[in-house]
Ligand binder design. Structure first.
Ligand SMILES: CC(C)(COP(=O)(O)OP(=O)(O)OC[C@H]1O[C@@H](n2cnc3c(N)ncnc32)[C@H](O)[C@@H]1OP(=O)(O)O)[C@@H](O)C(=O)NCCC(=O)NCCS
Length: 158
């Protein structure tokens, strides 16, 4: 039977279900594998902001909203999420190439949005490279809309 468990702080909830996949909150113990997945997944930007120390700070501000998926012991998916009290933002969704198109990305996002909603957040955004058609198709398949009126402006002091 297809069954997926989301386990976080002792709570479990069923979501849409590839077999043998477990979704859990991301911790520092996952960092090296997650960083490797991000670095090896086209469509995901991995930079200095994603250091172990910075993620630790991010999780202190945004507890419970960053998740990993594992097939047995193998890390097969990751996403980080946070909010400003009004809107949630997702970053760095990646599913291992070996495990794509099995519903794991959808299940990871379903779990993640469930955790946001438990914190009272029900508006979400994600940045996707404009040439990442597969990525955009994924989000559209989950009923996310592509923005057409917003450009991203950014600045770095480094
Ligand atoms: C995009 C990504 C996260 C999707 O994860 P996934 O686990 O493979 O996706 P799912 O199996 O849950 O797919 C759900 C639906 O999304 C759509 N979809 C997923 N990948 C797709 C692709 N490559 N092309 C077109 N549609 C796609 C399909 O409608 C799919 O349903 P179906 O398989 O029944 O047709 C994964 O391919 C990935 O990590 N890509 C590289 C990194 C990336 O682009 N991340 C997103 C940037 S924010």
């Amino acid at each position: 039977m297809n069954e997926m468990q989301f386990v976080s702080e002792g709570a479990a909830a069923e979501v849409s279900p590839p077999a043998h996949i477990t979704i859990r909150e991301m911790t520092l113990d996952d960092y090296d594998e997650v960083a490797g997945l991000w670095q090896n997944t086209p469509g995901v930007y991995f930079g200095e902001a994603d250091s172990r120390e910075n993620l630790q700070k991010y999780w202190a501000r945004n507890p419970g909203l960053s998740l990993v998926a594992r097939d047995g012991k193998q890390l097969v998916g990751a996403v980080i999420g946070g909010h400003d009290g009004r809107r949630g933002t997702l970053h760095h969704l990646a599913i291992a190439a070996s495990h794509q198109r099995r519903g794991i990305g959808k299940a990871l996002i379903d779990c993640c949005l469930q955790k946001f909603r438990e914190q009272g957040i029900n508006r979400f955004s994600v940045m996707v490279y404009s040439d990442n058609e597969d990525g955009k198709n994924f989000w559209k398949s989950l009923d996310w809309e592509e923005g057409t009126r917003v450009a991203v402006m950014w600045k770095s002091d480094d």
